[in-house]
Design a protein around this ligand. Structure first.
Ligand SMILES: Nc1nc2c(ncn2[C@@H]2O[C@H](COP(=O)(O)OP(=O)(O)OP(=O)(O)O)[C@@H](O)[C@H]2O)c(=O)[nH]1
Ligand SMILES: [Mg+2]
Length: 223
């Protein structure tokens, strides 16, 4: 696993980021409104850590990690974009050529769901080859006896939305590990990626069974 600058690619050695990026097998981008939990999701996956303090991402951050999927090893290159309005135009640069997009919204914030819909629609128009994973974050805040009151995105809204935009089969990962694993599995099992997959190093195939894949996934998780 490599992480090139956890907070901002612009403060880091951008050439190292470009070099590592050129060696990744699957480009993954995270999009969504400011504070909805994108960085937390990535940090949990890359470093198994969670930061309670909010430190907005400046520009974008890049990290990479190897994962095993269906008998192969592939390297995910992850672009974590900044949700603040002033970076919106810049975030568009980062989804170019992405094979997967995690479009996040905060389950306790209705505006963040509207913004997620905006990003998802834009990706559908602009990036044919990009699979979209709609991800409701901060699920922990909506659980328990008091939790229901915090929820601001209707339970069925995400699935209604994905149905409207031609949903595929859905899977339900509930943490970042499962989400990124689903992305890797989907990539490997998509026949379109066959030429790339053939080139990937193989691992000993154990109980690694193919899982169903779909164009869309609607997910709820906490960091
Ligand atoms: N309770 C709870 N808090 C979370 C969760 N995910 C993120 N947070 C908190 O929400 C705040 C914002 O999280 P970030 O991951 O920085 O949000 P972001 O989407 O990267 O924000 P930008 O970089 O501005 O786009 C932080 O204070 C996190 O600790 C979660 O699943 N549960
Ligand atoms: Mg961030």
């Amino acid at each position: 696993m490599e992480l090139i600058n956890p907070t901002s690619v612009f403060n880091a050695d951008i050439f190292s980021s470009v070099l590592v990026m050129s060696q990744v097998d699957v480009k993954v981008v995270l999009l969504g409104s400011s504070g909805c939990g994108k960085t937390s999701l990535v940090e949990r996956f890359l470093h198994d850590r969670f930061e309670e303090r909010y430190m907005p991402t400046i520009g974008a951050a890049f990290g990479a990690k190897r994962v095993k999927a269906l008998g192969k090893i592939l390297k995910l290159g992850i672009w974590d974009t900044a949700g603040q309005e002033r970076y919106k135009a810049m975030s568009r640069i980062y989804y170019r050529g992405a094979k997967a997009a995690i479009v996040c919204y905060d389950l306790t914030d209705a505006d963040s769901f509207r913004e997620a819909q905006f990003w998802a629609q834009e990706l559908l128009k602009q990036e044919d080859a990009c699979k979209i994973y709609l991800c409701g974050t901060k699920a922990d805040l909506t659980r328990g006896p008091e939790g229901g009151r915090n929820r601001r995105v209707d339970f069925y809204a995400p699935t209604d939305f994905t149905d409207d935009v031609n949903a595929g089969k859905r899977r339900k990962p509930h943490d970042s590990e499962e989400l990124f694993q689903a992305i890797a599995d989907d990539f490997i099992s998509n026949p379109v990626n066959e030429p790339i997959v053939q080139e990937l190093p193989s691992i000993h195939v154990g109980k690694d069974q193919p899982r169903p894949s779909g164009t869309w996934s609607s997910v709820c998780c906490s960091y």
